[in-house]
Design a protein around this ligand. Structure first.
Ligand SMILES: Cc1ncc(COP(=O)(O)O)c(C=O)c1O
Length: 371
């Protein structure tokens, strides 16, 4: 087979401090390499059921959890197509590039889409939410937990009651925080909570997952032109009846998801996993201070899974990224309009504090050389 290395010298030893895709542990890769039965077989259904039940525990919900053969953007589009009728308005809160993307999906699907943004680096506060919701009647509200471009975490627990009091359905994109930050779906009454698995789950890309409330399904039943591939009714029906998907899923990936959920829930433990991510976030922020850098997000709203750092030392960021790559680590430049104005360190998935310290030591040396 062609010998493909992502890093010529270090090969697969390259350590990813990226906001996804992230490093996948060897034990998951081994699990994925096991032989499989078909997606209509009993062993498959058993595996699928285990994964779905694991997701329910992860999200503190009794809502059904569905598995999609797509990345998170697929479920973002599914929310738009399944929940918004043509004559209804939907409100998209946006604090960065991925909020803007969700709004764009609404527009491109011909839905009446309203965007409520804030200056990048800031969060949606309860005041902003109250005001936006008081302006009009919205049937669906869509919002990110963690905005991966700005590194801001929205105070979702405070926003949820405000959004739900307005009578709207609430869709939450938790792509870069699910399995790294606690999110209690039933407590916050979230109708759809979605993510792809190449971030805090530490799995290879290719799957996305979500919880779906009964209210969301009841709404979808009234919405025309839901399409076929992302039709929530069909997906839920097959899931409930057989623990399967309507079309052929990537079976090895689902095996990987099942194994990783078992690890997260039964070996590491949810609370410990959330605490670890909190420590990784805090340590990165302290390092930022120690190096006379500044965080991009407004204080108090910084993400614990990805740190977006202002280029306050006017560093050559592509050069810094490349020098760190030579040491075997990948961090990333800013996203979209924040390229070269910020850089980002992902600290999600299976990264341990010791790994982070090692990378930060090398990065400190590089920064001192570049200053
Ligand atoms: C917050 C957020 N939403 C959505 C997406 C899109 O995810 P995907 O590439 O899995 O479709 C990303 C990707 O980075 C993200 O960070």
């Amino acid at each position: 087979m062609t010998d493909i290395h992502f890093n010529k010298e270090k090969g697969s030893q390259l350590k990813l401090f990226t906001p996804g895709p992230v490093h996948v542990p060897e034990r998951v890769l081994k699990e994925m390499a096991k032989p499989n039965d078909t997606h209509r077989s009993k062993p498959y259904s058993e595996m699928h059921q285990m994964a779905a039940e694991g997701l329910q525990k992860l999200l503190y919900t009794n809502n059904e959890c569905l598995i999609f053969t797509s990345s998170a953007t697929g479920i973002m589009e599914a929310c738009v197509r399944n929940l918004i009728k043509d004559d209804e308005k939907a409100l998209f809160f946006s604090i960065g590039a991925f909020g803007d993307r969700w709004y764009e999906i609404g527009v491109r699907n011909g839905k009446i889409s309203v965007k409520q943004g804030v200056e990048w680096g800031k969060a949606i506060t309860p005041e902003v939410a109250q005001e936006a919701l008081s302006k009009d009647k919205y049937s669906v509200v869509l919002i990110q937990t963690n905005e991966t471009s700005t590194g801001v975490y929205n105070p979702i627990d405070e926003l949820a009651p405000i959004i739900k009091d307005s009578g709207a359905l609430m869709c939450v994109d938790a792509t870069s925080s699910m399995a790294g930050v606690k999110l209690e779906v039933d407590k916050s009454d979230i109708d759809i909570c979605l993510a792809s698995v190449q971030k805090c789950f530490a799995l290879p890309p290719g799957l996305a997952v979500c919880s779906v409330s009964d209210a969301a399904i009841e709404k979808a039943e009234q919405v025309k032109n839901r399409g076929l591939y992302f039709d929530l009714i069909a997906l839920k029906k097959r899931h409930v009846a057989k623990h399967q998907t309507p079309t052929t899923p990537p079976i090895p990936q689902i095996r990987g998801l099942t194994a990783q959920l078992e690890y997260i829930l039964n070996e590491e433990g949810l609370e410990k996993r959330f605490e670890r991510h909190e420590k990784l976030g805090k340590r990165t922020r302290t390092w930022v201070q120690e190096n006379n850098l500044e965080m991009f997000p407004e204080k108090g709203y910084e993400s614990n899974t990805v740190s977006t750092i202002k280029n306050s030392l006017d560093l050559d960021i592509p050069k810094m990224v490349s020098m760190l790559l030579d040491k075997g680590y990948r961090i990333v430049n800013g996203y979209g309009q924040l390229v070269n104005k910020t850089f980002r360190i992902g600290h999600m998935g299976e990264i341990q504090l010791k790994d982070l310290e090692e990378m930060l030591n090398d990065l400190t040396d590089i920064i001192n050389e570049l200053k």
